[in-house]
Design a protein around this ligand. Structure first.
Ligand code: GLC
Length: 782
């Protein structure tokens, strides 16, 4: 079949598409015109502006030697107005760039990238400036449809090209030959067949394997961030084995091209552009318990007391929707919770932080006494349709209205509404249902005519839906920061768009209590990490359905090393706190939760790295070993930081599994037993254990056994040293007060740890060199 015929894909017509469908999109580019040929090229301060013979315009801007922004206006000039809610960094230093023209091409060259624009037809190709290797090429000119306003880019797909990313997708790690769409959707009980789900992060990493003359493989990565919030589709060789297509139903062709070749460099740059996670309070790394819902004060107290009796560490308790009066945001149900302040004080005495849910659906109550509704209405803060009517949807409170968070005064008002909750002693906010969940319009059809102020652009739902959660969390984050300027805000979100990491941590929503959902959570966390969101996790035990002791235990063996670590379960199902299936399971779960707390100095250091560089905590092997062909598809193992590898059991009844160890040598965690890397080994994994390995040459700082983060203790940091063949090891330790924002102004201590000749030396940032007393050092493998 000819390529053009192949590209006459079938289009799933947007109107017939339900919000979440079986994953099989087909893209039809046949109705889309190719952009015209190059007519004229003008050099601009940071790149080139190309006029096309169909009056389209293309702009290539060099933001960094490895970062180029591509924009196109179809049949029109590129609009002067340039605003994105996703972008954190808008001003870049000028980059030495050579522009040269020939009869056929225009070439932009930085120290790292050579970008070639072919004049006719207009196609853009990216090459490695040093090696000349082709990284990514348009196989066709960009396309547009003047009637529907759809825009698309078509790239050629390499034989050894693999894809990672696209944010929160219920899918395996490597997305080669699959297709996805971005349309944030409330998808309870989602499975690997469901797409889209809650978040929309239109960023992916392409990774190509090349064989060197020596026969060795070399992996090179690039990234593409298609910053377009309309419903978009990414077809990574699913419909057409020769092409990758990204397409949106409207908005601009506007993408950022990142070049590695290291995958870490791509993630680092992507998070420089869209922002990095601020440090959350340290208690947020503790174990969290939730239930839809602990329905009254006594139930909350019972759970917390039982935790303390069981000696299972606990830092956070969540208040799901029943704490509110008729699900009205910022109220308390006084029958169930007669004395919130007293309860918060009771929790405080026990070292437990309360987190309350706040949904964006505000109860629609004209003529009533609900001040949030009345005030929001009076000030015109709720979203309206083009005909001026306030949009009324259906969520937990029944008829509900929604704030236009793009209105600066409305966003501030919403943020300030949190004051009474904080004054009562609430420590964090859980922003749920923010896809624009609406029980009567799950795909947003009824929302079509809803208008957002959007910086004066008066944008409709087609542009704003995917941005809603980002805007809500921004307003919440800024509110909490204003209200408690000295403390780090803690917000958890379900939905989000690129950049959400600046405001909120996330969890993966209502996954079923099944083995396959648990297994899927691993590539989901890994992918989210690659897309800028390091603070991720799922509901341990699964949210919906009946879990059991074995499933819960195995889920904890993943959860205890994921950043967000919460047990949560839905209202109609069985209880699943760690002790609910008996002592056997509670004992194993306790051991793992305790281990998390003991590993906290290492974990906190890894989290600080994510804050500083964007490199995630929960890593796929490919991120560290991108030249290793064997890890391209491994997503049932993960790394925590660089040095800790975990191979959880994801199959019911299994008591052993095969584990791939990448290059180097690997110790079985906490033992002297070593294995050679670059091979598969078979390991025993009875329910009591999860296979864990530590890379030879590393040091894991550890802490005291705690029941909650702020518990007083005399114990200090200890160091587990796993020397390499030469007897050396190294590591890092990051420390700060765990609560305030002083770390942003240098209020932290970073120590480089170096072990050699039997001695461990810690060199703090201020160059203070200390030999660590041997009593706090454990050396393995001697
Ligand atoms: C949504 C959330 C879930 C919560 C429930 C009730 O389904 O995803 O975590 O328990 O709403 O608030």
């Amino acid at each position: 079949m000819k390529r053009s015929a192949l590209l006459c894909f079938l289009l799933t017509v947007a109107g017939t598409m339900s919000a979440f469908t079986e994953r099989a999109y087909s893209l039809d580019l046949s109705g889309m015109s190719p952009i015209g040929n190059v007519r004229k090229v003008v050099k601009i301060s940071d790149g080139i502006l190309v006029d096309c013979d169909d009056d389209s315009q293309v702009k290539l801007q060099v933001l960094a030697p490895d970062l180029v922004r591509v924009r196109a206006g179809f049949k029109k000039a590129i609009p002067g107005k340039d605003h994105s809610w996703a972008i954190a960094r808008t001003s870049w230093n000028s980059v030495p760039t050579k522009v040269s023209e020939s009869n056929d091409t225009v070439v932009l060259e930085t120290s790292e990238l050579r970008v070639v624009v072919t004049r006719s037809p207009l196609r853009i190709a990216f090459y490695d400036a040093k090696t000349g290797r082709a990284i990514n090429r348009d196989s066709q000119p960009m396309r547009y449809n003047s009637a529907t306003r759809a825009v698309a880019a078509v790239k050629s797909l390499g034989f050894e090209e693999h894809f990672y990313g696209l944010g929160e997708k219920a899918a395996r790690l490597d997305k080669r030959r699959e297709a996805f769409q971005m349309w944030s959707s409330d998808t309870p009980g989602y499975t690997s067949a469901t797409d889209p789900i809650y978040q929309s992060i239109p960023f992916y990493i392409g990774h190509s394997m090349d064989r060197e003359k020596s026969g060795e493989w070399r992996g090179s990565a690039y990234g593409i961030f298609f910053d377009n919030s309309y419903r978009s589709r990414f077809d990574l060789g699913s419909t057409d084995p020769e092409n990758v297509v990204f397409q949106a139903d409207g908005g601009e062709m506007n993408y950022y091209f990142f070049y590695g070749p290291s995958m870490k460099k791509v993630v680092n740059r992507y998070t420089e552009l869209t922002g990095r996670m601020p440090m959350p309070p340290k208690w947020a790394l503790g174990h969290q318990q939730s239930r839809y819902s602990y329905g009254n004060e006594q139930q909350i107290k019972d759970v917390v007391e039982r935790y303390r009796e069981e000696k299972i560490p606990l830092d956070v308790i969540h208040f799901d929707i029943h704490y509110m009066d008729g699900y009205r945001d910022f109220t308390w149900n006084r029958d169930r919770f007669p004395d919130p302040k007293g309860l918060m004080a009771w929790l405080k005495e026990r070292g437990v932080k309360p987190v309350t849910i706040i949904d964006p659906g505000v109860k629609y109550e004209p003529g009533g006494n609900y001040s949030v509704y009345n005030e929001g209405t009076r000030q015109n803060f709720f979203l309206k349709k083009t005909n001026g009517e306030t949009y009324v949807g259906k969520v937990w409170p029944g008829d509900s209205v929604f704030v236009d968070y793009t209105l600066p005064e409305a966003a501030k008002w919403w943020g300030d509404l949190h004051k009474p909750l904080l004054d009562t002693g609430v420590a964090g906010i859980w922003n749920d249902m923010n896809e624009h969940a609406d029980f009567e319009s799950r795909d947003g059809d009824k929302w079509k005519d809803v208008v957002n102020y959007d910086n004066g652009e008066n944008s409709k739902h087609d542009k704003m839906r995917n941005l809603f959660a980002l805007l809500e969390c921004k307003s919440t984050y800024e509110g909490l920061t204003r209200l408690r300027p000295d403390e780090r805000p803690y917000i958890i979100t379900r939905s989000g768009y690129a950049g959400i990491q600046r405001y909120a941590t996330m969890w993966t929503g209502d996954s079923p209590s099944t083995w396959s959902a648990m297994e899927l959570s691993i590539p989901m966390f890994q992918t989210l990490g690659l897309c800028g969101q390091p603070f991720v996790g799922s509901d341990c035990g699964g949210y919906q359905g009946k879990s059991n002791g074995e499933l819960l235990t195995r889920w904890y063996q993943i959860g205890f090393l994921s950043p967000f670590f919460r047990n949560h379960h839905a209202v109609d199902f069985n209880d699943q706190e760690p002790w609910r299936f008996g002592k056997r399971y509670a004992d194993i779960i306790r051991k793992h939760v305790q281990l998390r707390y003991k590993l906290m100095p290492y974990l906190y250091t890894v989290l600080a790295e994510a804050h500083e560089t964007g490199i995630p905590w929960f890593r796929p092997l490919i991120l560290e070993y991108q030249n290793d062909y064997d890890v391209l598809n491994i997503d049932d193992e993960f790394l925590v930081g660089e040095n800790l590898l975990i191979a959880p059991v994801v199959t019911q009844g299994a008591t052993s599994r095969d584990v791939y160890l990448p290059q180097g040598e690997w110790y079985e965690f906490g033992t002297d037993k070593k294995h050679q890397g670059s091979q598969w080994i078979s390991v025993k994994a009875p329910l009591e254990t999860v296979p864990m390995f530590v890379k030879a040459g590393s040091i894991l700082p550890g802490g005291p056994a705690l029941e909650y983060m702020s518990q007083a203790t005399n114990e200090s940091i200890s160091y587990d040293v796993y020397p390499d063949k030469a007897g050396n090891a190294s590591g890092n330790l990051y420390e700060d007060d765990g609560v305030t924002r002083a770390y942003l102004k240098g209020g932290f201590k970073k120590s480089a740890l170096n072990f050699g000749q039997g001695k461990l030396i810690a060199t703090a940032s201020g160059a203070k060199v200390e030999e660590v007393p041997s009593a706090s050092v454990r050396i393995f493998g001697r």
